[in-house]
Every structure is written in structure tokens, then in C-alpha cells.
Design a protein around this ligand. Structure first.
Ligand code: ZN
Length: 312
């Protein structure tokens, strides 16, 4: 029993409209769901991913308008790595990001940059056989498109204290010192710890949590039991409508989620028009008239998507 790589990574933004412009236009991802934070429906939860809204490429943001800038520290993920197809893709992205006023630095086969709120990211050349998870953008040629998550890096005060949970309970494989891989039936994703780190501040431009994919409900429940057995204080299974979730902090403080593949983002809107308007899960649908006016209008992402642009 293995977790099937990274399911999604959720972060915090203070500026939803700018966030949409950056991820859906500049980075060429598809906005696959426009929803609200189910624990605080006054704020957006924005999801970006590949054309099919697959687990494995899904970067998401809670929008807290005007929230203070955060800073990654101990017990927090500080860098998200996306895969691209080639070294030429790194050249493309360095130029494209520079044109958008985003400084990117090349270090061998790694391109390092931060989003407009300081969220650290790298692009790495894909060294796996995993299916590339690509979105069809108007401004990014397919051969240069992001292909899904590769790994994350976090800081930890006592990184070895997470060994037991990672290796015994979550069945991560140790692939190097302080580097683990969750490789399941369809994909793999890695988690890397760096010792140290100052005290972080959760705020705009920081990672809120990382979700690992469970292939089945049986696996989902079994991993929960194993995490509890290793000392994690795991929540019960929570129905997020698009998937089912379990949350706990790993021993160094990074918030982990285990999320199911099913049912996915097409549960409440057709694949063709995913993310084009506000979706509310059934438990919040009756409050649409109260929730929707409190949210800021977002840019129309259709002109940036090849398949949607033909409908305009
Ligand atoms: Zn999540």
C-alpha cells in the first residue's frame, strides 16, 4: 500500500485577481475550480491544474484579501517544485517570467522563482516516467507547459523525528538523507527536509498544507489508522465534496492531508467549463446569495485557454 504522490498543495494569497492572472495566464495552468474555503466560506478557494483537473498538478489558494505577507520557517514548506519537459523549457520560462517582471535564476537543471507574493517555486526537468499533466494554454506552448508536481522542500527543527511517521506509517521510501518519495500506482512525489529554519509566519505567499493522494477509500482509512498509530492526531474523514480528506501535522509541524482521488472536480460541473464560475458544495449551496456578493470578481480565464477561447 503506497500513497499515489502529491494530490494537491494549498497556499495563501492576499490577492485573488492577481493570483488568477499569475497562475492561469502567466503559468498557463487551467483554473479547474472556483470555490470557497469550506471552513470559512467568506473567502475563495481557487484551484489550478492540468486540463483534466487531475490529482498531481493541483495548486490551490485560499484568498484572505489584504492578509499580511507570510514567511516560511521551521515546520513549513518553502519551495514547490513543478516538472517541465526539457532544459529548453527552463529557458522559455526564464524569459517568460522576466517579461512578466518575475526574476528567475537558473542553477543547472533548476529554475528558481517566486510568485508575486513570494511563494518559492522551482521548475525541474522531469526525470520520471509519470504521465505529464498538462493544461492547454494560449500563451504557453505544450512542449514547455508545467507537467505536475515533482517535490516540495520544507525546513524542520528535528527532521529525523519525522522518520517513523513517513516511513512506517505513510510508507514513504527514503531515497536520500532527509528525502522521501511517495510513489503509488500512477505517480510519485517527493518530500525533502532541510534542517533548521527560523520561526515562520503563516500569511500571503506561504504554503498552508500538502495533500498526498490515496488510491482508494480502503487505503485512505488504513493510512489514517497507521498515522494515528505513529502518534499523529488525525482528524476524522471530512467530505470535501470533490474528495475526502484527513488532516494531521507531521512531527515537525508541516500540515499533511490525505485526499482521495474520487470523485474529482467534475462532480458538479462539466469538464468543458470547469472553473468558469463559482461552485459551492451542497452544504453551502443554499447560502449562494449571501456568499457570492462578498467575493471579489476574478478575471475571465477563458481567453488564456485554447479550448475555451474557441467558445468566446
Ligand atoms: Zn487540501
Amino acid at each position: 500500500m503506497k500513497l499515489d504522490g502529491i494530490h494537491h498543495i494549498t497556499n495563501i494569497t492576499a490577492d485573488g485577481p492577481r493570483n488568477v492572472d499569475f497562475y492561469a495566464r502567466v503559468m498557463g495552468l487551467r483554473m479547474v475550480k472556483q470555490s470557497v474555503n469550506q471552513d470559512d466560506p467568506t473567502v475563495y478557494h481557487l484551484f489550478y491544474g492540468d486540463e483534466n483537473a487531475s490529482p498531481g498538478a493541483d495548486i490551490t489558494f485560499f484568498e484572505y484579501p489584504g492578509v499580511q505577507q507570510g514567511r516560511a520557517g521551521a515546520g513549513m514548506i518553502h519551495t514547490i517544485a513543478h516538472r517541465v519537459g526539457s532544459a529548453e523549457a527552463l529557458d522559455f520560462w526564464r524569459e517568460r517570467l522576466a517579461d512578466e517582471g518575475v526574476e528567475a535564476s537558473r542553477d543547472g537543471d533548476v529554475l528558481r522563482f517566486a510568485d508575486p507574493e513570494g511563494l518559492g517555486q522551482v521548475l525541474v526537468v522531469d526525470a520520471t516516467e509519470d504521465e505529464p499533466l498538462i493544461a492547454y494554454a494560449t500563451e504557453v506552448p505544450d512542449e514547455f507547459a508545467l507537467r505536475g508536481f515533482d517535490h516540495v522542500r520544507a525546513c524542520a527543527a528535528s527532521p529525523y523525528e519525522s522518520n517513523e511517521l513517513f516511513e512506517d506509517a505513510l510508507a514513504f521510501d527514503a531515497v536520500a538523507d532527509l528525502e522521501w518519495e511517495a510513489r503509488g500506482p500512477t505517480r510519485g512525489g517527493r518530500f525533502i527536509f532541510e534542517p533548521g529554519g527560523t520561526r515562520g509566519i503563516q500569511g500571503a505567499g506561504t504554503v498552508h498544507h500538502i495533500a498526498w493522494a490515496a488510491s482508494s477509500d480502503e487505503d485512505h482509512l488504513a493510512f489514517r489508522e497507521r498515522a494515528i498509530g505513529a502518534g499523529a492526531r488525525a482528524t476524522p474523514v471530512i467530505d470535501r465534496f470533490y474528495f475526502r480528506s484527513i488532516y494531521f501535522r507531521e512531527p515537525n509541524g508541516v500540515l499533511f492531508e490525505l485526499a482521495t482521488h474520487d470523485p474529482g472536480f467534475t462532480v458538479d460541473e462539466p469538464e468543458e467549463t470547469l472553473g468558469e464560475k463559482l461552485s459551492l458544495p451542497p452544504k453551502l449551496a443554499g447560502r449562494r446569495d449571501e456568499i457570492e456578493p462578498g467575493l471579489r470578481p476574478l478575471p475571465d480565464t477563458r481567453p488564456w485557454r485554447r479550448r475555451a477561447a474557441t467558445r468566446l
